[in-house]
Ligand binder design. Sequence first.
Ligand code: BG6
Length: 492
Amino acid sequence: MNTETNNPKAVIVIFGATGDLAKRKLYPSIHRLYHSGKLGDQFAVVGVGRRPWSHEDLRAVVKESVSSDDEAEAKIEEFSSHFYYHDFDVSSPASYQSLNTLLAGLEDTYSIPNNRMFYLAMAPEFFGTIAKFLKSEGVSKTTGWSRLVIEKPFGHDLPSAKTLNEEIRDAFSEDQIYRIDHYLGKQMVQNIEVIRFANAIFEPLWTNRYISNIQITSSESLGVEDRARYYESSGALRDMVQNHMLQMVALLAMEPPIKLNTEEIRSEKRKALRALRPFSKDEVDQFFVRGQYDAGTVDGNLVPSYLEEQNVDPNSNTETFVAGKLLIDNFRWAGVPFYIRTGKRLEKKSTQIVVQFKDIPMNLYYGNGNSMHPNLLVIHIQPDEGITLHLNARKLDGGTYAKPIKLDYQTNYNDIMNTPEAYEKLIHDCLLGDATNFAHWDEVALSWNFVDPISEKWAENKTLKPNYPAGSMGPKEADQLLEKDGYHWWNI
Ligand code: BG6
């Protein structure tokens, strides 16, 4: 990978320091990097926000957000002393000038070379403005490195994403821009490449000759929570499919890169996304299913329908569930459907990939009610992390027929506790200058290009009604999508 040094020294500037993401993910992740020694003492974090907080206010929030980590109070105190707050007005040049002065002072105090990471964890309408002022006021002009990390949503469709990209590219070059897709920081998503490219038994089989279909499910049991203002204009298609789901498709479908470096991996992912068969608006209903949750029971609790959630339009046409059949038109994948499904208020929180292999040409073990089970490779992304291979074997119980058995590799609880969180890995990668697990502009553009006709069609056709009870696995049409092809979802 393209890393510079293993001991990053930088100032991390977080725009949106008073927000939820900063508290829930960013501060704990930076703390874990510090705790594990991946971040030495030569760093500072500047929280930027509109509220008139003091350094002490920010430090109190930081301490609270990391207090569940098992560490002595003194160490947490020391960690939080690296945090500084800067209140600002997003469109006032003076705010950026004073930020620049603060950063220069901190670089002095902590002997940090002029390296700066700007993390935009706030509403996307400000991304362009912030990038512009960081450049015009000289904040991003450093003698070391200067990088911009951007949270999603990256636009709302291809035209808006292009506009945003142009605004940002006026101030930062592509190799300075790190577009976060936190799924790419997940341990088992990163493992897709290893499973594929480090195993002689999988790579030769990884084609339409041996695989019948691939299923990716990312289900959530939570509802929209307090994010309806954002989610109402996003829906599951933009929130999950355009980014996380398509990124997983690209990793599963791409050709082996000639080297494991950023450029080569991105180049293969780009090709896979380019090979995705585009659907016209007229074809959408044939390949995509949308859903919206009705009231129901999740984990034994009665929960309201989407339409009854706070800040949701009672006539909302927003989908909280999407299932789709994707086709990849290249030699390797022609004829193999990639089924994806994601939604809120489903039965459980789980992300997994099931690779279903083709049946063997003749079943010698058929009979006496024994039908053969197809071979499956299941990649468990979360909450379990591991892989399971479903095989057929004769059980040692005296029977004659083949029975399904499982070879299971799951990381144990201790491993999971010590596994870096997605954000922790990604922040560390960015500090080291490794952009492999961030989305390149081309990937973002290709993904919007694919989903835009679907969202246009659904926006025109405002007929969506609640069509699956909370706590189920989505509308029945999602099952029919596979049944038409002679398959079914593996709920493993
Ligand atoms: C986010 C979406 O990108 O991913 C959320 O905006 C969703 O709506 C979340 O809940 C799911 O992430 P994870 O890591 O919990 O599967």
